[in-house]
Design a binder for this molecule. Structure first.
Ligand code: ACM
Ligand code: ZN
Length: 555
């Protein structure tokens, strides 16, 4: 005989299990209040659409992009609900009755705009482009309840959306710590769920060279590995463990394709002329002193940068970028340009000779050496234009006299971005405060994984406005969008990356999709737990505490 206590225990366990298994009940209703919030959700007078496994997912015959979209929607529905829907090419709109259909409609506004129409008879996800349809698919996916179901009721409605900004970025530093191709793909999955469309992939730095370059094999053979890593924030203790890795060109092509299938463009960064010690360890002749150099084991900024007095250095840069340009089909290549001390150039006879040959003279507060960096940047800009590419670089480029075809990434606050836009540069806003996601998410850091510092809370990210008030109307179009940066000095494993970006990516998504007057933090917080259920579904790590309103979020 069971004791009373045992009976109660069994009852409690049963009660906990039953709701999770009860499938096909009225509890399984879609909710279109997702993140980022659609621009409009209009109810339609019609009964619900009953989504079951018997429905098909239609796509226009012969359209490979739409076929992939259909397969992806099928996969998402299966992951969310356990229902497996088949996909089918269709020739006529008559076939859309009773099913879920993906359609192209050139009346829809915006390259990535979408419209979802749900009636009792059908669900249509339309976009002007397959990229727009993909965004609509993300919305439908997030609307579904998580958990096995035999039927999900979709309330009749028309749902529309279009992103406010064309550049919706996330950055990932795979140098300071190296992450597997699978981890990078999961990062891309996370971005897709949040409606992001640019991955800025930081591939080279002082602490490692992570992209295979066929012409310079030592870059990865030697530059891909360091003989130890400082513990913590440049402590005197070094772990002494050899650490490294790199992506082969084949792996890179595979990741580029994986991202493109999710309408995400990868922007590779080859940082120059600073942050180049890993390359100089492999090819010491690239530096002013000739080395020897070691792949760096500490964090920060070193005085050793590329020597621009040597023709070989420029040839090296061109050769590397030629291979990079062919690996990454996107229009932009990031050439860094940040944190380049010029002390070596000041004392290098070759660099000084180059300055004289080029007739470079200091101008105003721009030293001759600053303008030498401008010379490199312009050289690279012209070289890459031969490959149909444009350069993007950190805001230090504004101090190097580069022309306005260079896009500026504003990281030292929002001011350089506003200044760049005034001058006619396109700009991506990524100010440390609040868009460095390697910063802490709370002021109460004692129980947080080690971070760079700072305090960029979910609310600060949500409240960020990419377009400065003072920017005149005719310059506002230069603000292409914004991006969060994830430097990985202190981020050593994939769950830690996810913890740093989730749920802050959700707040950034709403910054980038909604007009300022459409944003509402309280409402966002109410929608967030449903998004977090999807994080849980995929076993993504996230900062659950950020779901609690801030004043209750103190330790
Ligand atoms: C940067 O954070 N050094 C761009
Ligand atoms: Zn030099």
């Amino acid at each position: 005989m069971m004791t009373f206590k045992q009976i109660i225990t069994v009852l409690v366990i049963l009660l906990a299990i039953v709701p999770a298994q009860a499938s096909g009940t009225d509890g399984h209703r879609a909710n279109y209040q997702v993140i980022p919030l659609p621009g409009a959700i209009h109810g339609i007078k019609s009964a619900d659409f009953a989504l079951t496994q018997q429905r098909l997912i239609n796509y226009p015959t012969g359209n490979r992009d739409m076929e992939r979209n259909a397969a992806m929607l099928g996969q998402y529905i299966e992951e969310m609900t356990g229902m497996h829907l088949s996909i089918r090419p269709t020739r006529s709109t008559r076939e859309i009755a009773d099913n879920v259909s993906l359609l192209l409609d050139d009346k829809i506004k915006g390259e990535e705009g979408y419209r979802i129409t749900v009636t009792a008879r059908s669900v249509e996800i339309a976009g002007r482009t397959p990229a727009g349809v993909f965004q609509g698919i993300q919305v439908l996916r997030k609307s579904l309840p998580v958990g096995h179901a035999a039927i999900v009721h979709l309330p009749a409605a028309q749902i529309e959306g279009e992103p406010r900004f064309g550049y919706r970025g996330m950055h990932l530093d795979c140098v300071r710590h190296f992450f597997s191709t699978e981890a990078v793909k999961r990062y891309i999955d996370i971005m897709a769920l949040h409606g992001m469309n640019r991955l800025h992939w930081h591939l080279t730095d002082d602490q490692g060279w992570r992209v295979e370059i066929k012409k310079y094999p030592r870059l990865t053979e030697v530059g891909g590995w360091r003989n130890g890593t400082t513990l913590g924030h440049n402590s005197p203790v070094n772990d002494g463990i050899r650490y490294g890795g790199y992506y082969s060109q084949e792996e890179i092509r595979d990741i580029v394709r994986y991202a493109a299938d999710r309408y995400i463009t990868i922007i590779p960064e080859i940082d120059m002329p600073g942050h180049m010690v890993a390359a100089m360890a492999a090819y010491p002749e690239l530096g002013c002193t000739g080395g020897p150099y070691e792949v760096w084991q500490r964090w920060g900024v070193t005085d050793d940068i590329l020597c621009l007095g040597k023709d070989n250095t420029l040839r090296f840069v061109e050769d590397v970028l030629a291979e990079v340009a062919q690996l990454f089909p996107g229009e932009m290549i990031h050439i860094g340009g940040d944190e380049s001390p010029r002390v070596r150039w000041e004392h290098c006879p070759r660099c000084q000779q180059r300055i004289r040959e080029l007739g470079i003279k200091a101008e105003g507060n721009q030293s001759a050496e600053a303008l030498l960096q401008g010379y490199l940047t312009t050289h690279v800009q012209q070289f890459l234009s031969g490959y149909g590419k444009r350069i993007i670089g950190w805001d230090e480029l504004l101090g190097c006299k580069v022309d306005t075809t260079a896009t500026i990434m504003s990281w030292r606050g929002p001011e350089p971005g506003a200044q760049g836009a005034q001058l006619g540069h396109d700009v991506v806003m990524t100010p440390v405060d609040p868009l460095y996601f390697d910063y802490y998410q709370t002021s109460s850091t004692w129980n947080e994984p080690q971070a760079f510092g700072g305090c960029n809370t979910l609310k600060k990210v949500y409240d960020f406005e990419p377009v400065a008030d003072k920017l005149p109307a005719d310059k506002r179009h230069h603000i292409l969008g914004a991006q969060a940066n994830v430097w990985t000095e202190y981020i050593t494993c994939e769950p830690q990356i996810q913890y740093q970006v989730l749920p802050r990516m959700a707040a950034l998504a709403e910054v980038l999709w909604l007009e300022p007057q459409e944003k509402n933090y309280q409402d966002f917080l109410e929608r967030l737990p449903r998004l977090a259920q999807i994080y849980q579904l995929y076993n993504w790590t996230y900062r659950a505490k950020s779901l609690i309103p801030e004043d209750e979020n103190k330790d």
